[in-house]
Design a protein around this ligand. Structure first.
Ligand SMILES: [Zn+2]
Length: 319
């Protein structure tokens, strides 16, 4: 019997789910919206409906499990979302056990940025390496660390909050309580904030700043240079800590790569002895907004592979 896994990407606005085989082939896919105003129970019901629909479409094949990528801090062992800015109704809700109880299928929970990093490792830009870091640049900045092929969780599951590392000691205040977080100085939101400060317009969007910079506007170009420098500070630190071979960037801001990458790379070169002496790649991720969906689907597949490996080791040792 053929086997497959289901990945769910639960975002603040979109709910997507896909049935995916072990080789990465998508069997079926569902896209909908996350109707947070309908309440938590309605969102959970939508998730279960999406999973059940995919199961029906894959009748006759064996479902290994369901992986769910969610925005926010997760307590891995308990399967609880501790806090999610995008989904306030889910705070301290035991989402894993709730869905598992209703479906009778193993559920694997993961932070959305970690899931995206795992997706890139599985079948994206990181398929050739075992260790990588992904930064997702959007309205905020998410991060995921893959070490030895697996998500690095820390002791409760809150590792990899790379958007909240300090790049400007007394910089802009962040919702996390810190000042000068990377996401306050290098995200799409930061681009808009800098453009406003440089009087490029009160209602300007990050896309408009990009167009201005492309057309040669010096102040708009300065915004991307500064953003690149800030990213470079963070990346140099990460490279010094991890000495991984690969650092990936994703998100809509990548369209402006040519505008911010030169100052980013110069800053990394300047600040990281490790970078200057080890073949290190900083480049674009390739799966776009599908990365989280693939990564979520990979969770049950990876778990199965790990169990199979330890079983064969146990039997091999005669135990
Ligand atoms: Zn922060």
């Amino acid at each position: 019997m053929a086997e497959y896994s289901i990945g769910v990407d639960l975002g603040g606005t979109n709910l997507r789910a896909a049935a995916i085989r072990g080789d990465g082939a998508i069997l079926n896919k569902i896209s909908g919206t996350t109707d947070l105003h309908e309440g938590r129970d309605a969102v959970i019901a939508d998730i279960i409906n999406a999973i059940n629909k995919l199961k029906e479409q894959c009748e006759g094949e064996r479902l290994l499990g369901v992986g769910i990528g969610v925005p926010g801090f997760i307590l891995m062992e308990e399967g609880i979302i501790v806090g999610s800015n995008n989904m306030p109704g889910f705070d301290n809700f035991p989402i894993r056990d709730d869905i598992e109880g209703k479906l009778g299928t193993p559920i694997f929970l993961e932070n959305d940025a970690n899931a995206a990093a795992l997706g890139e490792k599985w079948i994206g830009a990181g398929r050739e390496v075992h260790d990588l870091i992904l930064l997702t640049l959007g309205t905020g900045i998410g991060g995921g660390i893959i070490s030895g092929g697996r998500v690095l969780h820390g002791f409760v599951g809150m590792a990899g909050e790379l958007g909240h590392i300090t790049v400007v000691p007394d910089g802009n205040p962040c919702g996390c309580g810190n000042f000068g977080c990377l996401e306050k100085h290098a995200s799409a939101t930061a681009i808009v904030a800098m453009a406003r400060m440089l009087q490029l317009g009160d209602d300007i969007t990050s896309e408009q700043v990009y167009k201005l910079a492309k057309d040669g506007n010096e102040r708009a170009k300065m915004v991307f240079h500064t953003m690149g420098t800030n990213l470079g500070v963070a990346l140099a630190t990460l490279i010094n800590i991890f000495n991984f071979p690969l650092y990936l960037l994703s998100g809509g801001v990548l369209a402006a790569w040519d505008l911010f990458a030169p100052t980013m790379m110069a800053e990394i070169e300047k600040r990281s002895f490790t970078f200057r002496n080890a073949k290190t790649v900083v480049t674009k991720a390739t799966l776009g907004n599908q990365a989280g969906l693939f990564g979520a689907a990979y969770l049950p597949l990876q778990q199965r592979a790990i169990s199979t490996l330890s079983e064969s080791r146990l039997s091999g040792s005669g135990l």
